[in-house]
Write a protein that binds this ligand. Sequence first.
Ligand code: HEC
Ligand code: HEC
Ligand code: HEC
Ligand code: HEC
Ligand code: HEC
Ligand code: HEC
Length: 500
Amino acid sequence: MRLEIPQSAKNWVSLIGAMIAFIAFFLILFLFIISSVTGSGGTYLGLITFILLPGLLVFGLILIPIGMLISHKRKLKKENVWPVVDLNNTSHRNALLIFVWGTAIFVLLTAIGSYEAFRITESVEFCGELCHSVMHPEYTAYQHSPHARVACVECHVGEGADWYIRSKLSGLYQVYSVTFDLYPKPIPTPIHNLRPARETCEKCHWPQKFYEYKLRTEYHYLADEENTKWTIQLTMRIGAEHSAHGLKEGIHWHINPDIEVQYVAMDTARQIIPWVRFRDLKSGEEKIFVDEEISLEPEELAKYEVRTMDCMDCHNRPSHQYNPPALFINKAMAGGEIPVALPEIKAQAVEVCDLAKDLPTMEAAMSFIDSTINAYYQENYPEIYESNPDLVNQAAEGIKKSFSKNIFPDMKVNWAAYPNNIGHLEFDGCFRCHNDRHSTESGEVISKKCETCHFINAQGTAENFEVARFGESLEFRHPVDIGDEWKELLCTECHTGLAP
Ligand code: HEC
Ligand code: HEC
Ligand code: HEC
Ligand code: HEC
Ligand code: HEC
Ligand code: HEC
């Protein structure tokens, strides 16, 4: 039997369209069966099966009526008659049947396909791996974070159709900027269209949940010949002393729903804070703290946005933390990846990371670390280099490993580009407000008193170790003698993440 179709469909454009659609359809079917049977494929194959090929299919289908339209137009010009749909005509009937059945099957497949497409664009691999070089730093840091099992979209998109569409629209622009290499390096933060913490973080960590005191033990290795180990143990006062007190005191007091802390920042990274307002929403009490060193006129102040403090003002790096060398080298030494027995290794490791971060690529940084560390020990400690070359090798490997988790030269990503607001040692963090400089008219300040936030339980070297009585705090002893400067200056005036 010969299938009769309308004359107008017999043109090159429609024919090519039909062929494209036909081929795309069979490829989709073929890939779908292959990936279902073998259970393999993953995101890349899914992207082809459910996004690229269906796009091609639709393109082919659209070409068919376009071709028909063009050929009709020609006829219209010549004879000035409009087409007539006549169901008694076999070719017209066939065309209608093909159209109705085709549409029905297509709609059904689209339903399955768009669900698959939705699933793929929401997957961690799609976000983290597909734009490999761009997202490499975020993806790597993410895999080493406490949120390694939380999907990117849980924080970056959240629930609901409006945020889904918003994120896909900005995603389209991102695909364009990546394709033409227009995106900024490093990617700027804070992200201004990030969904508010209230709607993302608080799905899993609700603010009323009580967190108790938390113990933190840190090992530091000093930049001397012996890499002297300095231990410090702190009790972090996250909540109140007893859970019955709720959020009335402690660090998480800032997110107590009964109070509100607002501030104004003068820079996009929110590091310079000239004005802070505390309000008790129940009693109506209000305090305004102004930085004594930055005096702004009211009109000037009014130009800036007033932001209400939430989780992100402290936990701004919950899943992409880029540590500074002073910190990640300490960690690698504590973990045994860099041998503590190698003289001067702390100082050398921090220095080589500082120099390597400015090289253009990760490969260049890796070989620079290798050659610099080897050359240094060959020249300055020849007896160790000869008798125990493994020690030097192990050190270089350890430095490279922790470097590659924290510094990404290709994307210009490192600690300095992304300040972490928790703490106060390498970034001002809490000391942006808690610096004894922000005061009310009556002279009250946002306190820098060490015991506001933590108790020091123990500190010192193995030979000279102090331990506090239970529930009390030691006075801080700075690892090297700098007099009272640690009380008077901000830590960041000497500590920048490198050797101070
Ligand atoms: C626990 C929540 C969370 C998860 C999970 C998460 N992110 Fe983020 N992400 C954030 C926050 C918070 C920021 C910083 C926002 C700011 O400073 O404004 C951020 C920032 C970013 C940035 C901007 C650059 C930067 O480093 O600040 C990129 C890109 C990014 N995330 C990609 C990803 C990718 C890809 C994944 C999944 C592999 C992911 N994120 C998973 C919370 C998350
Ligand atoms: C989908 C659920 C989910 C979301 C959304 C989420 N988290 Fe988490 N978060 C977790 C889990 C699970 C852990 C790990 C708990 C553990 O290790 O005991 C965690 C741990 C943490 C920790 C403790 C880290 C540590 O070192 O132990 C912090 C802080 C934190 N989250 C902050 C945030 C912030 C800020 C956001 C919003 C940007 C957020 N979380 C969003 C599930 C989530
Ligand atoms: C004023 C700053 C600040 C704000 C605001 C804040 N946090 Fe924290 N949070 C901290 C500090 C500091 C710690 C202790 C970190 C450490 O040293 O381990 C902490 C600890 C945590 C922990 C880990 C507790 C544990 O036992 O390990 C979670 C989870 C957490 N915060 C979630 C949140 C969430 C969710 C929000 C927003 C609703 C929030 N935080 C708001 C400063 C803050
Ligand atoms: C935007 C400014 C700002 C930042 C940043 C900030 N705080 Fe505060 N904090 C305040 C204000 C305002 C108060 C209330 C001061 C007062 O009323 O005397 C306060 C009070 C506190 C208190 C005492 C709560 C109580 O009454 O028991 C603790 C603890 C605290 N902050 C910890 C932190 C920690 C830890 C960080 C950093 C992770 C931090 N803060 C960052 C503004 C800030
Ligand atoms: C406003 C709250 C706050 C105040 C005030 C404060 N700290 Fe801290 N401090 C923190 C937080 C939060 C951390 C934990 C940082 C982190 O999670 O990495 C910390 C960590 C530390 C550490 C450990 C750093 C490390 O990596 O080993 C030392 C030491 C320290 N503080 C000393 C001090 C001293 C000394 C003072 C008083 C001059 C002080 N702090 C005042 C909040 C505070
Ligand atoms: C006047 C400059 C100065 C100030 C201010 C200062 N420090 Fe230090 N700090 C040093 C020097 C110098 C060293 C020794 C560096 C080394 O040997 O690695 C050091 C070392 C340390 C170490 C061990 C370092 C490591 O690499 O692991 C800690 C912890 C520390 N300081 C905490 C603090 C804290 C907390 C503050 C603020 C309350 C502070 N310091 C303020 C100069 C300073």
